[in-house]
Ligand binder design. Structure first.
Ligand SMILES: Cc1cc2nc3c(=O)[nH]c(=O)nc-3n(C[C@H](O)[C@H](O)[C@H](O)COP(=O)(O)OP(=O)(O)OC[C@H]3O[C@@H](n4cnc5c(N)ncnc54)[C@H](O)[C@@H]3O)c2cc1C
Length: 726
């Protein structure tokens, strides 16, 4: 591979080669990121918590570049028609390539609008989208900026969104007129708050005339207090605004997101706050995961440059010498570690964009599902779950059918079947993207920083790597930290529909492996098999005290299993993206140049990553399968796994040499070898050991792939200088 993978390669891998609108969006977001934003970071604009005129100019740059308009439909002032998950992800990716705070500042406005977009009434959507769209040329108007207000001062809502302290009461309700509501809400860590004109806030009823909870829209000109609060003293993302606002406002009931009905004199919101938040986070968390992925890939070029130039200028390092030309890249470990960072970045990005695309597919199907069920008189909640049960069975049936089965066509054309399939996938891929990309991604960013030595933890470090490392920790925290994602995965990854899909993915990986053995697909399939076996085993097994292993409260079992799954999903998406490049790259004039070498390198990264994923899965699963069995003790009455010395002497007559093989021998006086107890036997788990054995041998070739990737990293050409300032 001669040069770093360029736009033409990425557009094919991440599937927007046929979307000119998205390609233009990437270019304009990149212009702002590597221009305005990079200059601000280099000039030290991150050194203050205050909202400065400079930071405000960044928002205006977003407006001019069309970034603020991504979320809107063309009739609302936007320029992209249809689902926008991929578009939003691409823009966030470009901004986070330079600065996470800038990306967050662009996304937070969309987060504020998301409750309205997902569940708002048509009037609410039209009103707030249009107000928030950037002005058209010749239009003299400042766009409204919004903030999303869920989190409250401790001890209330944070991870546990059910514990709301924000209150909603009826302020005035005249006969035949719309009620007025009194909203009392305090926020904690609210992004965009310094300049927000409106917020969408989660509140609970504190009045018998209002049922449950809801999300309300508050404006800064509403009657009462709209206090933007003091800025949070953040160590990260300083280009976004964060603070703790206080609201005490009187608003009309029409501000309840999604509207309400009145039943027996009680205001019943059409959607409670939990339903709205679920619909919102489902999409917005994907973009956050992609922000960390961008940071990982953005680290590659600065690290290569640093490694190569490390000894230039020293007396012993004359131009042309290995020391001068290759610097630290003479050393295998430095190259291998960079390969690991790069492979993680590829996998995280592939997972994130695959999830964004999935939501683009899901959005219209979800609307169709809602319309079909509405026609049948079913709207949300348990009734909907019940109604979709049959579609789930049909979806599982579809997945089990032979490719030539005539029944496929009927099932495939059923929109409800299509919905449950994608829904089950999205329910897993979204938390997996957020969890793995940001959680594991942050750990790997530390590796990237360490590769730059002391320079890595200075403000001068090219690519702002130390900022990115710290910023990534916020990405792992906001919109629900890792526990929230793991909790969600614990439930969604055991859905029958998802597991049926997962089985087809396993078969798909074996098939890919037979045609592309160098991708690590076979290793991955074996690891997937082990994960599936372990899940099923844990679901029906108890620990040595007889307590159930797989259940919601037992996070020690369920959470690691969720982590293991994420490794598999990321690796799978990475492999699929490389296959896409191989299949389509030849049709593109730019991507086709040096395609074979690029595919080889990216396949080697896949193989490296698949091996790491297999190792993680094997480690986690082995610990869970064996770790809850009591280790045998020497004091146990029955030493089922042990020989008695006298027994061995007898056996030696018929099986000469057995004494040399026996490890757990107890002598006549009860003495035994110095160890914790007789070795545990594997009764009931021998299948696991067989899978583990197979998985271990599946690693063959993975280090050769890493060596090849490392050689490429040592040779690949990079530009003379980074295209944004340090
Ligand atoms: C810069 C910044 C910007 C933000 N922007 C916004 C915004 O715009 N709007 C908004 O509403 N909020 C915002 N937040 C809030 C953010 O979403 C929360 O901080 C986050 O969800 C974590 O909640 P918490 O801080 O209360 O953590 P805690 O709930 O106290 O969590 C602490 C630790 O305990 C673990 N934990 C918590 N519950 C469980 C559990 N049930 N099981 C296992 N482990 C658990 C967590 O994983 C975490 O490791 C922002 C936060 C920051 C820092």
């Amino acid at each position: 591979m001669l040069t770093l993978p360029g736009d033409a390669v990425r557009q094919i891998q991440w599937r927007f080669a046929d979307r000119f609108d998205l390609q233009m969006l990437v270019q304009s977001a990149r212009g702002v990121a590597r221009g305005t934003v990079a200059r601000m970071v280099a000039a030290g604009e991150r050194n203050t918590h205050e909202w400065t005129p400079g930071k405000n100019e960044m928002l205006e740059a977003f407006d001019r570049a069309g970034i603020t308009a991504i979320f809107m439909e063309p009739e609302e002032g936007g320029f992209i028609a249809g689902p926008k998950n991929l578009a939003l992800s691409l823009a966030a990716f470009e901004l986070a390539w330079v600065d996470g705070g800038a990306a967050t500042a662009s996304l937070a406005g969309f987060l504020a609008l998301s409750p309205i977009h997902e569940r708002g009434t048509q009037e609410q959507a039209n009103h707030y989208m249009s107000l928030s769209a950037p002005p058209q040329p010749g239009e003299d108007r400042k766009p409204w900026r919004g903030a999303f207000v869920l989190t409250e001062p401790i001890p209330y809502v944070g991870v546990d969104t059910g514990m709301l302290s924000g209150k909603l009461r009826v302020a005035e309700w005249k006969d035949g007129e719309e009620p007025w509501l009194q909203v009392d809400k305090r926020g904690r860590f609210i992004t965009n708050i310094a300049f927000a004109n409106f917020v969408t806030a989660a509140v609970n009823s504190d009045d018998p005339r209002i049922k449950g909870s809801c999300v309300v829209i508050l404006e800064d000109t509403d009657e009462g207090t709209f206090d933007h609060g003091t800025p949070t003293k953040k160590l990260v993302h300083q280009l976004s605004s964060t603070g703790d606002p206080i609201f005490n406002l009187k608003v009309p009931a029409s501000r309840i997101v999604g509207g309400y009905t009145v039943k027996d004199g009680v205001i019943v919101p059409n959607f409670n706050h939990g339903e709205i938040i679920e619909a919102v986070f489902r999409r917005t968390r994907v973009t956050v995961g992609l922000m960390t992925a961008a940071k990982l890939l953005s680290a590659v070029e600065p690290v290569i440059r640093y490694q190569r130039e490390r000894f230039r200028g020293a007396e012993g390092a004359k131009p042309g010498s290995i020391r001068y030309e290759q610097g630290i890249q003479q050393r295998e470990d430095a190259l291998h570690r960079l390969v690991d960072v790069w492979a993680t970045g590829e996998a995280a990005t592939s997972l994130g964009f695959a999830t964004a695309r999935l939501f683009d597919e899901l959005d219209p199907i979800e609307k169709e599902k809602t319309a079909i069920l509405k026609e049948r008189g079913i709207q949300g909640g348990r009734a909907e779950m019940k109604a979709l049960k049959e579609s789930e069975l049909r979806a599982i049936e579809l997945l089990s059918l032979d490719p030539t089965d005539p029944r496929r066509a009927e099932l495939e054309s059923d929109p409800l079947v299509q919905f449950v399939l994608r829904d089950a996938e999205g329910n897993v891929l979204c938390p997996a993207t957020k969890l793995w990309n940001t959680g594991h991604g942050t750990n790997v960013l530390r590796e990237a920083v360490s590769l730059m030595g002391g320079y890595g933890i200075t403000e001068d470090c090219p690519g702002f790597l130390a900022n990115k490392w710290m910023d990534a920790q916020l990405e792992a925290t906001y919109e629900g930290p890792e526990a929230v994602q793991r909790r969600q995965l614990t439930v969604t990854m055991t859905s029958e529909v998802f597991l049926a899909e997962f089985r087809t993915w396993m078969a798909e990986m074996r098939h890919i492996a037979s045609e592309h053995p160098g991708t690590g697909a076979c290793t991955l399939a074996s690891a997937m098999q082990m994960w599936l076996w372990t899940l099923s085993h844990l679901q029906k097994t108890t620990d040595s005290n007889g307590s159930k292993l797989y259940h919601g409260q037992r996070q020690g079992v369920t959470f690691p299993l969720a982590d293991a799954l994420c490794w598999l999903l990321a690796s799978r998406c990475q492999i699929l993206d490389v296959l896409e490049l191989e299949a389509r790259g030849g049709d593109d004039a730019v991507a086709s140049e040096g395609l074979e070498a690029t595919v080889q390198f990216l396949s080697d990264l896949c193989h490296t990553q698949a091996a790491q994923a297999a190792g993680e899965v094997s480690r986690i699963c082995a610990e869970l399968v064996f770790g809850y069995n009591e280790h045998p003790h020497w004091k146990d009455e029955e030493h089922s796994g042990c020989f008695l010395a006298s027994e061995l002497a007898e056996l030696e007559d018929t099986m000469p040499g057995i004494s040399a093989m026996a490890v757990d021998v107890v002598t006549e006086n009860g003495s035994h070898p110095q160890k914790a107890g007789p070795c545990a036997d594997c009764s009931g788990n021998s299948e696991f050991l067989r899978l583990q054995n197979k998985l271990t041998t599946c690693l063959s070739g993975s280090r050769l792939a890493k060596d090849r990737a490392a050689e490429t990293v040592a040779r690949v050409m990079i530009p003379e200088a980074l295209d944004y300032p340090a």
